[in-house]
Design a binder for this molecule. Structure first.
Ligand SMILES: Nc1ccn([C@@H]2O[C@H](COP(=O)(O)OP(=O)(O)OP(=O)(O)O)[C@@H](O)[C@H]2O)c(=O)n1
Ligand SMILES: C[C@](O)(CO)[C@H](O)COP(=O)(O)O
Length: 374
């Protein structure tokens, strides 16, 4: 079934304070809303993103968010959700607070899975603290906590019944589960996540910063490639055309260094290798320039929420001499990958005349890449 993620970001964040509404404040270099959207934008089952914004807010605020259909929200959360639902096209919808930047793919997956059997499903955590009733700083009763949950988002629904429930609802509900239950729909509870906090009060910004530091995902991948020499008058290495009395043979331009870097990125992501994404059996890749492959891997990393921290590539050959071309190779890779050149290393070594590289039969390359999801 097709799925739309609706991110509601039209609130004013009065309890959180600050000059800018909370969802547009920065958290580790990105807006809170951009962080809230990213796991949805990178999710393979989600085909449409809808971002609901306040009519008075400047579009520059959502410049760093993933691509989405932009919709103007209303004076209440419920009105904002309704606007989002009217722009949604998916058979299923996942409604998420822009103010919950630490949402995980695991929670999203649990909600989607439950929608196979239920009209609605939402994450929650059972209340474990004793609950008091109180007034004027005095306890005047204890509330039974049995069967009480703290509701989170994303709250998922089959779109048509939820839209009908919203259009028929004339009370102001704080979430969509209330609207659906009010219309008589069954909503399943799935396991929430203690880290999936909502930024609500000023202290929540520091809490989110701390949690984000703990949840940082650092990945390392390696890539290895070999191409044999054949007739020619140049070789392509790390995006640079190096004059030589032979060429490298391959289905593409045989840029062995760029292939190793590309495979290192795919490896860190756990997403196969060049041959899987660009099969040699497919004639459209014959003679292809290798920056196509590298750009694909870099884009995939970005779409999955990773920042490439650095890459290190070693070329193994007796000749041609790599040293004079190293700065140009770093610059070429940096340009293609959109990175600072100081995050890229290109080195070279001989194999002391041993093996196929030592006999001058071809060039080997090995690369590592470090990817970080902050
Ligand atoms: N008219 C509104 C009100 C809320 N929201 C969104 O609903 C989510 C959860 O609401 P809440 O935490 O209550 O946000 P605010 O209404 O902004 O906060 P406050 O009540 O402190 O002003 C937030 O992502 C908020 O931007 C919205 O899209 N439209
Ligand atoms: C939707 C919600 O985040 C679920 O916990 C919540 O209901 C939003 O409204 P609130 O007024 O900030 O509780």
């Amino acid at each position: 079934m097709t799925i739309t993620a609706i991110i509601v970001a039209a609130g004013r964040g009065t309890r959180a304070g600050g000059d800018t509404p909370k969802q547009w404040q920065m958290l580790h270099g990105k807006t809170i809303a951009a962080r809230a959207m990213r796991p949805f934008a990178g999710h393979p089952a989600i085909s449409q993103m809808v971002l609901v914004v306040h009519p008075d807010d400047d579009p520059v605020l959502w410049a760093d968010t993933p691509a989405a259909t932009i919709v103007k929200g209303g004076a209440t959360r419920q009105a904002s959700v309704r606007a989002g639902l009217q722009a949604a096209t998916g058979e299923l919808v996942l409604i998420h607070d822009a103010a919950r930047p630490l949402i995980s793919t695991a929670v999203i997956d649990r909600v989607i899975a439950a929608l196979a059997h239920h009209t609605g499903a939402a994450p929650a955590i059972a209340v474990t603290d004793t609950l008091w009733q109180g007034a004027s700083d005095r306890v005047n009763g204890v509330q039974d906590r049995t069967g009480l949950y703290r509701a989170q988002t994303p709250q998922g629904f089959h779109r048509a019944p939820l839209l009908a429930a919203h259009l028929a609802c004339d009370t102001d509900a704080t979430d969509d589960v209330s609207v659906a239950c009010g219309a008589g729909h069954h909503v399943a509870i799935v396991a929430g996540d203690e880290n999936n906090i909502k930024i609500t009060t000023p202290g929540d910004f520091a809490r989110a910063e701390q949690l984000l530091g703990q949840t940082m995902d650092i990945r390392c991948g390696n890539g290895y490639d070999v191409h044999r020499f054949g007739p020619g008058d140049h070789v392509w290495l790390c995006g640079v055309k190096v004059p030589f009395d032979r060429g490298l043979q391959g289905h593409s331009d045989a840029d062995v260094g760029m292939h190793a870097v590309t495979d290192a990125i795919y490896g860190a992501l756990g997403r196969g290798d060049i041959g899987q994404h660009f099969p040699p059996s497919d004639p459209q890749w014959k003679g292809a320039e290798s920056h196509i492959f590298l750009t694909h891997a870099v884009t995939l990393a970005r779409d999955l929420g990773y920042v490439i921290s650095n890459v290190d590539c070693t070329l193994v050959c007796e000749f041609p001499k790599i040293g004079p071309h190293q700065p140009a190779m770093k610059a070429a890779l940096a340009h293609i990958m959109g990175l600072d050149a100081d995050r890229i290393s290109v080195k070279a070594t001989t194999s002391e005349r041993l093996g196929f590289t030592g006999r001058g039969e071809g060039i080997a390359a090995i690369a590592t890449a470090t990817l970080v999801k902050p």
